[in-house]
Each structure stands twice: as structure tokens, then as C-alpha cells.
Design a protein around this ligand. Structure first.
Ligand code: NAP
Ligand code: ZN
Ligand code: ZN
Length: 395
């Protein structure tokens, strides 16, 4: 690198810092509530919270452990949240172990966040201090592209800002997720949470809930349809609950025969052990829709064959390795293969409200933060009933 380029970069950087400081000063002036309770402030005009307790992975092979992070000052439109519970999604594990080859370390995962509002910016309309709120997989998007206009922020043409491992436009570096004591999020990406439901069991709705609700709505799953759900994990068990609630005939496919009784309790009408070829063959050409929520390599051809003419298989699971597809399994009966990622903010609120009305929550196992590494190992073995949720009081 030449000295000239270095100098240019240095002066650009100091300009950026000045602009950032100016912005933060403006924000500080506009605060209605200071930022108490979350570690010390740094003593200058920028009152961002430092030394907030979190849990992070330092590299792809390390266990998660204690780590201190910063959170930005509360801006005009920001909501500051004390995190009470955070679900453990398989995507957290994929990220921590760099299975999608894009993790920036240290990585603080967690995007199934439920907490209480502890501060708001002066322009905040929807929330007040003390409200129960949720934050899911996104904390921002461009808000101007056609996807954002259509309420599909998750498909933002400029890329949504995910709750962790995305560029942090406020503090630099990457965003840090919910395995932490507090978070500051623009109110446009904060969800209202009902006081009626078990809070720990609501947390997984913020990812597992919306990720299954959205495609079931998109493909209009309902009464008179035969719907398959593949994999009874965090996503799968929510899919079973929603598909049942929407009135469909629900068939759960599992590799774990011992989950059969639970699947029926959760709302499945039939359970098929996918390793049993005779059982699988009984369902050939019979499904309107199949939602595949499997986290690892598996044969999706076995499921494509079960669709009837014009039936759709939608992938929501994100295995590390590509899946092989035999063209005949799509071509021969005009089958459709699709994908779906989480859901937009408006639909996430719709899903949370639907859950409050219908009393739907996740089946959870509450853990303390120091059990999270063990929880990952159990998740890999499919031994989750059916979502781990971290009690953030333990951090
Ligand atoms: P999870 O709780 O670990 O559940 C995955 C389930 O898949 C397991 O319980 C198991 O169910 C089944 N399974 C695991 N390994 C398998 C294998 N080798 N062959 C067949 N089945 C297997 O994971 P999750 O949190 O639900 O997440 C599932 C996937 O969705 C992950 O890849 C995650 O990253 C992804 N995800 C996607 C989105 C999105 O927006 N599209 C959002 C969140 C998560 P059985 O024991 O019943 O077979
Ligand atoms: Zn998730
Ligand atoms: Zn956008």
C-alpha cells in the first residue's frame, strides 16, 4: 500500500469518525431517557454503553464464552432493550462453526430475542419504557427498495442487516446478537409481544415461528390440504403447530422414531419415519405442500416424489453442503421446488398476534448461558425438545 493511499484512507477514516461523532452528539441531545443500567458510559459525548456482558465464539472451533460488547447510544428512533430470553437456533450453530463460510469473529449469536424496553429515543412512536418486545433475525434494511416497500425486508435488494454477523453501520465491525444483556434497535425492527404468553416460550417465535408461518401462509396451507413437515426440531415443531392450526392434514417426517408421540401431541395427524421405505412409498404422489426444515445433508428426492401434480416443496433448512436433485422428480409431475427465508416485519407481528390469539408458543427447554455449548452438541444429535432458550438472567 503506498503512503498516499494510506494518508487518503486515514483522512477519510477521521472524516467518518467526525461524522459519526456529530451524529451521536445530535442523538444524545434528543434523548428522552438516558442509558442507565448497562455497564458504564465512556464519559464523553457519545454515551454508548460499553462493557455489556455477552457470550461469543472467538473462532470456528472454540466454545462460546464470556465476552464484553458495546451497544450504541439510543438514537431518535431507537429502542433500548434488556434481554430476558434468547432462543438457540441451528443458524447460531452454523454461524459459530463458520459452516456458511462468512462468519466474522468474535461472533455473538442469537436472534430469538425477548425483553423489556428500558429506554427510547424521543421520536419513538410505538413503544414506551417497560413494554415487552421482541427482536428477530433483522435489525435494519435499506427501507427504500421494492422488497422493503413490499414488507419483505428479509429480501432487501441491498441485503438486510441481520441481528448478528452483519455490518454494524453505527459502531463499525459486525452486529452482535441476543446472547447478551441488552440491545439497541430501531423501532421499525422491534416487535410487540403479548403479556399473555410464557415469555421464554415466545422467544423462538422470533425466528422458528416466522420462518415456518411465512411459507405456510405464502403457499396458502389450509383445510383440505395434505402437508408434510420434514424434521422435528426448532423450526419443524413450530411448522407442525401452525399447519395444524391452519386446518391442514399434517404428516411429520422424522429420522427419530422416538419423537413420534411428541409429534402427535404437537399437532401431527400422522408420523412417518423417513428411513422406512415402505412407509414413505405409501405417501407417493399425495402431498400438496412439503416444508423441509432439515439442518444437514439429506435426500430431498425422497420428498419430491411424495408431491402430487403441481405440488410444492419449500426448503427452509440451510445445510452446509448442496443438495442433489434428480430432474425427473421435478419434471415428471410439474413439481415446484422453492425456498423461503424468515419473514418481513409486518408478517412477524401478524404471526406474534396470531400466536397470542391462539395460545401458540414454542416447546422449550430453559438453559443457563453456561449450558449453551452443551446445548449445541445436543442440537447436532437432534436431541432438542424442541427449542433451547437461554435465561439471560444467568449471564
Ligand atoms: P434443529 O432444531 O437442529 O432441527 C433440525 C432437525 O432436522 C433435527 O431435529 C432432525 O429432526 C432433522 N435432522 C438433523 N439432521 C438430519 C439429517 N442428517 N438427516 C435428516 N434429518 C436431520 O434446527 P432448526 O433450528 O430447526 O433449524 C433447521 C435448519 O433451518 C437449519 O439449517 C437452520 O440454519 C435453518 N434456518 C433457516 C431459516 C430460514 O430463514 N430459512 C431460519 C432459521 C433456521 P428429526 O430428528 O425429526 O429427523
Ligand atoms: Zn434462526
Ligand atoms: Zn431494501
Amino acid at each position: 500500500m503506498t503512503t498516499q493511499i494510506k494518508t487518503q484512507q486515514k483522512s477519510k477514516k477521521s472524516e467518518r469518525i467526525k461524522v459519526a461523532q456529530h451524529r451521536t452528539n445530535l442523538r444524545s441531545e434528543s434523548l428522552t431517557i438516558a442509558t442507565p443500567g448497562f455497564g458504564s458510559t465512556n464519559g464523553n459525548d457519545n454515551h454508548e454503553s460499553k462493557g455489556i456482558k455477552a457470550y461469543a465464539a472467538q473462532n470456528a472451533t472454540a466454545s462460546l464464552g464470556p465476552f464484553a460488547i458495546r451497544r450504541r447510544d439510543v438514537g431518535l428512533h431507537d429502542v433500548q432493550i434488556e434481554i430476558l430470553y434468547c432462543g438457540v437456533c441451528h443458524s447460531d450453530l452454523h454461524h459459530v462453526r463458520n459452516e456458511w463460510h462468512n462468519t466474522v469473529y468474535p461472533c455473538v449469536p442469537g436472534h430469538e430475542i425477548v425483553g423489556r424496553v428500558t429506554g427510547i429515543g424521543s421520536e419513538v412512536q410505538k413503544f414506551k419504557e417497560g413494554d415487552l418486545v421482541g427482536v428477530g433475525c433483522m435489525v435494519d434494511s435499506c427501507r427504500t427498495c421494492s422488497s422493503c416497500h413490499d414488507g419483505l425486508e428479509q429480501y432487501c435488494e441491498h441485503g438486510p442487516i441481520f441481528t448478528y454477523n452483519s455490518e454494524d453501520k453505527h459502531l463499525g465491525g459486525v452486529t452482535y446478537g441476543g446472547y447478551s444483556k441488552a440491545i439497541v434497535v430501531d423501532e421499525a425492527f422491534v416487535l410487540r409481544v403479548s403479556e399473555k404468553l410464557n415469555l421464554a416460550a415466545v422467544a423462538p417465535l422470533l425466528c422458528a415461528g416466522i420462518t415456518t408461518y411465512s411459507p405456510l401462509r405464502r403457499w396458502k396451507v389450509g383445510a383440505g390440504q395434505k402437508v408434510g413437515i420434514v424434521g422435528l426440531g426448532g423450526l419443524g415443531h413450530m411448522a407442525v403447530k401452525f399447519a395444524h392450526s391452519f386446518g391442514a392434514h399434517v404428516v411429520l417426517f422424522t429420522t427419530s422414531p422416538e419423537k413420534g408421540a411428541d409429534a402427535i401431541r404437537l399437532g401431527a395427524h400422522e408420523v412417518v419415519v423417513s428411513k422406512d421405505l415402505d412407509e414413505m412409498n405409501k405417501h407417493l404422489n399425495s402431498f400438496d405442500f412439503i416444508l423441509d426444515a432439515v439442518s444437514a445433508e439429506h435426500d430431498i428426492n425422497a420428498y419430491l416424489k411424495l408431491l402430487k401434480v403441481d405440488g410444492t416443496l419449500t426448503l427452509i433448512g440451510l445445510p452446509e453442503k448442496p443438495l442433489g436433485i434428480a430432474a425427473f422428480n421435478l419434471v415428471a409431475q410439474r413439481h415446484q421446488l422453492a425456498g423461503s427465508m424468515i419473514g418481513g416485519i409486518a408478517q412477524t407481528q401478524e404471526m406474534l398476534d396470531y400466536c397470542a390469539t391462539h395460545g401458540i408458543v414454542s416447546d422449550v427447554e430453559l438453559i443457563s448461558i453456561d449450558q449453551v455449548n452443551e446445548a449445541y452438541e445436543r442440537m447436532l444429535k437432534g436431541q432438542v425438545k424442541y427449542r433451547f432458550v437461554i435465561d439471560m438472567g444467568s449471564l
